[in-house]
Design a protein around this ligand. Structure first.
Ligand SMILES: Cc1cc2nc3c(=O)[nH]c(=O)nc-3n(C[C@H](O)[C@H](O)[C@H](O)COP(=O)(O)OP(=O)(O)OC[C@H]3O[C@@H](n4cnc5c(N)ncnc54)[C@H](O)[C@@H]3O)c2cc1C
Length: 540
């Protein structure tokens, strides 16, 4: 069943992805007078991690007078274990305050403390410097941005899965995609902003929305562009629901007397691993403890003995069923955020002229680990910067004939995927996710990483593709296999533990040998990794 020929669209700036980074980039580009089209594989704004986030955002300008850009940068580099791109961290720090003002101007509602925004003090930051969306819901930020973009005249193309980026003469020239009802769409654009988010869906347990499958990173890789820090994935220790799909913020709850995490034998697992004080257990350490325990049996967050009155104060953190009498919640660790991705400069420009990347798709801002609230500040700051810079590129003359032949080639490649025989992609996907979780997830070891790579690199059966929906699933699976391979190769190469990357066979951080980023490249001999000294300077 070949695809139908859909429309060809021309615009000045194409933005791919409709989370916070994409919406902010589209608004910034449109504000300069550019024609902007936004393509998103599912619903605009709604099916994004920004929408389901807790809306906690680091920003300067509201906290104590002694806080400043340098201290914010120090905190970010320290948690990133000095693998961050310092120039990018500085760019984000400088832009944050403007972005907060812009979000407020758009109508984003933040929680208030009297007539001032309420400030949170998040672990790892020296000062209270976080605003939080009024109802702890990212949707309270995404909706106003979406409405602002629509009012400005940004054109939304939803349910459009982008399958390739077109480039000619060393610069970007547009993209091709497939709609869920089976039309092949070509978009001509001299500037493109990729804002497709991370790749946490390669793991069995994740709290990310569907569709966060590393497509943008895979598109960059296929263009021959480098990826960086792919081994660094942040795992959150406690989530509820099937496969850890619902984040349960634990820090405030576990800090209360009488609240504990218990295994099937009823043991307090934090004490079991030798910690008397919960406050000394970092998020990564707790994720490792949770992984060790959940492979043996269930773990519950036990709120039975939470002091009375505290529940009302912490009501925004509690699951709805708590109020119906449920006090013990089964929890599992879950893949939460990806630090690795496309390499860009501090304007969001990738090495391909006219192609930008902003938000979780891009590497650099967080290094080996991300500080709480730093993603939202990154996506709005870098979205804004890259959207404005993309709009400057729109004067480049286009070559419609060349682009048409590139699009025809892509159309041919896609049509070749249809086949009434073969294996169901869901089966292969489920296997990939399980292997990545158990062999390349929170606890990593050489032997397990090699087993995962073997599964990924050995030949796979042909996939059955009969409908547009099956086609999109199979293309996503291709991307996830590629990105999973990059994660495993980089994790295998990094023979130390740093930030969110933990090797049970190399459990120590090794600054003598590993103050380096791992760069992944497509070459004629396949996927290659090389280590390159990091740009941040370690204080010692
Ligand atoms: C449950 C949860 C809570 C969080 N809470 C916080 C918080 O409070 N503070 C904080 O700082 N961070 C938080 N984070 C992290 C933060 O939400 C994300 O890192 C951030 O929202 C990513 O924004 P983004 O715009 O880069 O990507 P996303 O918001 O994930 O958007 C990606 C977009 O790209 C689209 N897309 C992907 N592939 C394609 C394709 N091939 N074609 C077309 N479209 C495509 C997707 O459909 C989506 O619209 C949280 C994350 C989760 C999962």
């Amino acid at each position: 069943m070949p695809l139908e020929t859909g429309k060809t669209i021309s615009c000045d700036v194409l933005v791919i992805g409709s989370g916070g980074a994409g919406l902010r980039a589209a608004i910034a580009a449109k504000s300069t007078g550019a024609d902007v089209v936004m393509a998103s594989k599912l619903n605009i704004g709604k099916t994004s991690n920004t929408y389901i986030s807790k809306g906690v955002m680091a920003t300067l300008g509201f906290g104590p007078a002694e806080d400043n850009i340098d201290k914010y940068i120090d905190d970010t580099l320290k948690v990133g274990r000095f693998l961050n791109d310092r120039a990018m961290v500085e760019a984000i720090a400088r832009q944050q305050e403007n972005e907060t003002a812009f979000l407020q101007q758009c109508g984003a509602a933040f929680a208030m403390d009297g007539d001032k925004p309420m400030l949170l003090h998040i672990p790892g930051h020296q000062y209270p410097r976080h605003l939080v969306a009024a109802n702890w819901r990212g949707s309270d930020i995404v909706f106003p941005l979406k409405h602002f973009a629509a009012k400005q005249g940004v054109v939304f193309e939803e349910h459009l899965f982008v399958s390739s980026i077109l480039s000619s003469d060393g610069r970007v020239s547009g993209a091709c995609g497939i709609t869920t009802d089976g039309r092949f769409i070509t978009i001509l654009a001299p500037a493109v902003v990729l804002a497709t988010g991370g790749y946490s869906q390669i793991f069995m347990n994740t709290n990310n929305v569907p569709g966060i499958t590393g497509d943008g990173q895979a598109l960059c890789y296929e263009l021959g562009l480098p990826l960086k820090d792919m081994e660094f994935v942040q795992f959150y220790p406690t989530a509820m629901g099937r496969r850890g799909s619902r984040l349960l913020l634990n820090e405030k709850l576990l800090a209360q007397d009488g609240v504990s995490l218990k295994n099937q034998a009823g043991e307090n697992i934090i004490k079991k691993y030798g910690f008397d004080d919960f406050l000394t257990v970092t998020r990564d350490l707790l994720a490792q403890i949770m992984m060790r325990e959940t492979v043996k049996g269930i773990v519950v967050l036990d709120l039975t003995h939470m002091p009375s009155g505290i529940d009302k104060q912490l009501s925004h953190l509690l699951p709805a069923s708590y109020w119906k009498g449920e006090k013990r919640f089964q929890v599992v660790p879950t893949a939460h955020f990806c630090m690795g991705g496309a390499i860009t400069d501090d304007y969001g420009q990738t090495p391909l002229a006219g192609l930008f990347a902003a938000g979780e798709i891009a590497a650099g801002a967080h290094g080996a680990n991300r500080l709480g609230g730093n993603s939202l500040s990154e996506i709005f700051s870098m979205g804004s910067i890259s959207g404005s810079c993309a709009a400057v590129q729109t004067k480049t003359p286009q070559k419609p004939n060349v682009i048409k032949s590139l699009a025809d080639n892509e159309r041919y490649r896609i049509d070749q995927q249809f086949s009434s025989r073969g294996t169901d992609s869901d089966e292969l996907l489920s296997n990939l996710k399980q292997v990545m979780w158990h062999k390349a997830g929170i606890l990593r070891h050489r032997a397990h990483l090699e087993q995962a790579l073997q599964m990924l690199e050995n030949p796979w059966p042909d996939i059955r593709v009969r409908t547009p929906a099956e086609l999109i699933k199979s293309l996503e699976l291709y991307n996830m296999r590629l990105i999973a391979t990059a994660v495993c190769k980089a994790a295998l190469m990094r023979t130390e533990s740093r930030g969110s990357h933990f090797r049970t066979d190399f459990s120590i951080e090794d600054n003598d040998n590993w103050l380096k980023n791992i760069i992944i490249h497509k070459t004629e001999s396949g996927m290659t990794c090389k280590a390159q000294p990091a740009s941040s300077v370690h204080p010692d």
